[in-house]
Design a protein around this ligand. Structure first.
Ligand code: ZN
Length: 269
């Protein structure tokens, strides 16, 4: 079985900032419908691997998308061309990312990576758009599928605070820079990975390193869709993970965090 990743940051009402589109049009369409997302002012595609972009037609189905922001490296070229073709057919403009601050409603974020010029490491994963997000009183770092050469350069080049939530790089693969994890000290680590995937994700040593640093680890292969919400009426953030289903039923886990969360953050594999 394969795997993939799509992540939704709610921006109020039916609007959301979406990061990646997952591997299957049906799956991302179903997920966005269940969340009531009809307008996507911005879709960020962290890189062009199919497990992050092939779901794009499903995301566009019946929704208005303002723009698609992509990484700077067109690798693999056929998937980059697929994204451009699909966006053009839907009349959606495609922008190249660049480092710097952005905002959508109450969601503020900074693009930390890739830096201008040749990408450290040189592969598609190394070019993943990396975002430091502040929303709902939470600090969230989204690493895409970044590999250690780029992780190390990122750690050297960016002001990285400890984060509440880390979207672990590359589906929790074994290749994580220990120095970066030590700096981030996430309280909650999210891993998107397919059940029984052929890659062996997540790696036991990555899980061990995250837990040793004090993180609660949530993973989509065993926990299903993960939703991180911070109800405005209650201090603290709650993380809910449940087996994905249209009705949103199934097993659930909760982990409480600090801070006064007033927004919500959702993730789906
Ligand atoms: Zn991936």
């Amino acid at each position: 079985m394969g795997q993939g990743e799509a992540l939704v940051l709610t921006a109020g009402g039916d609007r959301a900032l979406v990061v990646d589109a997952g591997p299957e049009p049906e799956a991302v369409d179903r997920c966005l419908r269940s969340l009531g997302v009809r307008r996507i002012p911005l879709l960020v595609l962290t890189h062009f691997h199919a497990d992050h972009v092939a779901g794009l037609p499903g995301l566009l189905r019946g929704r208005s998308v303002g723009a698609i922001e992509t990484t700077t490296l067109d690798e693999p070229p056929d998937q980059a061309a697929f994204v451009r073709r699909t966006a053009a057919a839907a009349g959606v403009r495609v922008l190249r990312t660049a480092p710097g601050p952005r905002r959508l409603g109450a969601i503020a974020w900074e693009v930390l990576w890739p830096l201008p010029g040749p990408v450290a490491g040189g592969g598609a994963n190394d070019a993943s758009v990396t975002m430091l997000v502040r929303t709902g009183g939470l600090t969230v770092l989204l690493l895409g599928d970044l590999e250690p050469p780029a992780q190390q350069r990122l750690a050297m080049s960016a002001e990285l605070p400890p984060v509440d939530i880390l979207k672990v790089a590359h589906h929790g693969s074994a290749y994580q820079d220990p120095g970066l994890l030590a700096r981030l000290r996430p309280r909650i680590a999210l891993i998107s990975c397919g059940a029984d995937n052929d890659y062996g994700h997540p790696a036991p040593r990555t899980l061990a390193a995250l837990r040793a640093g004090g993180a609660v680890v949530l993973r989509t292969d065993t926990d299903g869709t993960i939703a991180v919400t911070g109800p405005p009426s209650r201090p603290g953030a709650a993380v809910t993970a449940g087996r994905a289903s249209p009705a949103g039923s199934g097993g659930r886990r909760r982990a409480h965090g600090r801070g006064n969360a007033s927004g919500s953050w959702r993730c789906r594999c």
